[in-house]
Design a protein around this ligand. Structure first.
Ligand SMILES: *[C@@H]1O[C@H](CO)[C@@H](O)[C@H](O)[C@H]1NC(C)=O
Ligand SMILES: *[C@@H]1O[C@H](CO)[C@@H](O)[C@H](O)[C@H]1NC(C)=O
Ligand SMILES: *[C@@H]1O[C@H](CO)[C@@H](O)[C@H](O)[C@H]1NC(C)=O
Ligand SMILES: *[C@@H]1O[C@H](CO)[C@@H](O)[C@H](O)[C@H]1NC(C)=O
Length: 490
């Protein structure tokens, strides 16, 4: 049996040798990507970062009492949305370009939007659907039908439950509710642990290690959000503004939930040993819950939030509260349409596409795969411009107009963060004159030019300081017709 096989291999080897003799110099040397610089995002964090805009829904007894923090003594009978339609919520999110929606399954008042078997302070005791309803289920169904991912918020602080303040009893109760939420409703992509707590609330030790381990056990691709991560960190304010310096890296050992330094959270740490990117949570209205007296923020406020969150290496978690009918109000739906349409108007055209591009150097030489043309493709992570390792400084990339001048007022720069966040300082020159500068870039940096519109033939981005050779994955030159620099410079 062995013989035919031997002749066959012999034939293959001979052919191979022959080919080598005919084409002796066909040796291909492909330059590999540079080594990553730690820490790196994990898979779930990288997916989360690319969402850019996600949506929060604060809904519960507070919607009906006109409060922001319930007392825990609300009568469940007040929870009676007459036209609740989670499909309308998720449609609103989809129209805004959102791929993840997060619901307050339980807020500080302790009222549960799902029929938890561990409490009767829930939809079970409400007149809505005669106590047979489950808002979490309807929310999950609506999201699933639209291909949108789900996140859940379960408030640690509970003003209703008598066990709150008794460490073992309350932690048992809390972990039981976590198990219900993370077992019953399919995939959950983000869990939100709010650090908020009243100043005279009972003392309470949360068993975070138990919570996090349980969450990871039940959901393999979830991101755990809290002031201190471990998956995503709070940005340190509720305005939707990240720091102008915004690192995805930080030292987790310096953070504690409900008690972290807001400035440190806001800017992160270039020496941070943990990848823990910031999320900017802000409400479209003044309050987190719906109030008759409040209206949605105007378009220019929403755009400012966008530039200072998504444009500063963050994901924007925008809260849109359903009203007492159980619907997103028309005014909010309309404002979100304007917001999405404005973002599309600004970013759908990239003037850099029509330019010729040069760079200070490129890894692997010409055709090495790391040329500056990579910043104009649609891959904003894994194709990038990289300079040569040998060039220690003076890294730059330049765009030149081919005929008429470039007219823009927004510049977008993105780093290949899959290999670590690197850039610490950069400057922008148009026709040789410096017009803007900044520190970090990260996944996305948007410069909305304070000087307003620029008319120029060349645009050069200079990297002046970096933790390792800079890797730039995308650049855009855009025109924002909504930006009137004179009125709005801060
Ligand atoms: C919580 O503990 C601190 C320090 O142990 C104490 O000063 C404070 O009075 C306690 N608060 C309550 C509400 O029990
Ligand atoms: C964070 O940790 C790194 C490594 O231990 C250290 O060099 C750096 O100083 C720390 N950052 C702060 C703000 O302490
Ligand atoms: C938008 O609202 C803010 C207050 O939040 C106000 O200062 C600003 O003038 C408004 N802008 C426009 C264009 O209406
Ligand atoms: C930007 O440039 C100005 C003037 O040269 C300088 O004072 C400032 O520190 C720079 N800012 C950053 C973030 O590099």
């Amino acid at each position: 049996m062995a013989k035919p096989y031997s002749s066959m291999s012999c034939l293959i080897i001979t052919t191979f040798t022959l080919l080598h003799l005919i084409f002796p110099s066909q040796e291909v040397k492909i330059t590999p990507p540079p080594l990553p610089i730690l820490p790196l995002p994990n898979y779930a964090q990288l997916k989360w970062q690319q969402r850019e805009l996600i949506m929060f829904f604060h809904f519960g007894v507070n919607t009906f009492t006109d409060r922001e923090w319930g007392t825990g003594h609300e009568n469940p009978a007040i929870f009676n949305p007459t036209r609740l339609d989670a499909n309308q919520w998720v449609d609103t999110a989809v129209q805004a370009g959102v791929s993840l929606v997060i619901l307050t399954a339980k807020h500080h008042d302790g009222f549960c939007l799902w029929p938890s078997k561990y409490t009767d302070h829930s939809v079970i005791r409400s007149p809505w659907k005669n106590g047979q309803g489950d808002v979490v289920q309807e929310f999950v169904n609506a999201a699933k039908a639209r291909g949108v991912d789900v996140g859940l918020y379960l408030s640690p602080w509970d003003r209703h439950d008598k066990r709150y303040g008794k460490n073992k009893e309350y932690n048992e109760h809390y972990v039981a509710q976590l198990q219900e939420l993370l077992n019953k409703y399919g995939d959950v992509k983000e869990i939100w642990f709010d650090g908020a707590k009243g100043s005279n609330a009972p003392n309470m030790t949360y068993y975070f290690d138990d919570w996090f381990a349980m969450v990871r056990e039940l959901q393999s691709t979830i991101n755990i959000f809290s002031d201190a991560g471990p998956g995503i960190r709070w940005v340190g304010n509720e305005d939707g503004f990240a720091g102008s310096t915004s690192w995805s890296t930080i030292n987790r050992t310096l953070l504690s939930i409900g008690n972290s330094n807001a400035d440190y959270l806001n800017s992160g740490d270039p020496k941070g040993t943990d990848w823990l990117p910031p999320e900017c949570d802000v409400s479209i209205r003044k309050g987190w819950f719906w109030h008759k007296s409040q209206a949605p923020k105007n378009l220019s406020d929403l755009l400012e939030i966008y530039y200072k969150s998504v444009g500063r290496n963050c994901v924007l978690l925008l809260n849109v509260p359903p009203n007492t009918q159980g619907l997103i109000s028309d005014s909010d739906v309309q404002r979100l349409k304007e917001f999405r349409s404005a973002i599309d108007t600004i970013f759908s055209t990239n003037l850099a596409n029509k330019c010729s591009i040069k760079a200070s150097s490129q890894r692997g030489g010409k055709n090495g795969g790391f040329g500056p043309e990579n910043v104009l493709d649609n891959d904003h992570l894994w194709t990038y411009w990289a300079p040569r390792d040998e060039d220690k400084d003076d890294h730059w990339i330049e765009f030149k107009a081919k005929d008429k001048p470039l007219r823009f007022n927004v510049l977008r720069i993105q780093e290949a963060i899959g290999l670590g966040q690197r850039i610490k300082g950069h400057e922008i020159y148009v026709d040789g004159i410096k017009i803007a500068n900044g520190t970090t870039i990260g996944y996305k940096k948007l410069h909305r030019l304070e000087k307003g519109m620029v008319n120029a033939y060349s645009v050069r981005i200079k990297i002046i300081e970096s933790r390792a050779i800079p890797l730039i994955s995308s650049v855009g030159l855009h025109f924002d017709p909504f930006w009137n620099s004179n009125g709005q410079v801060k």
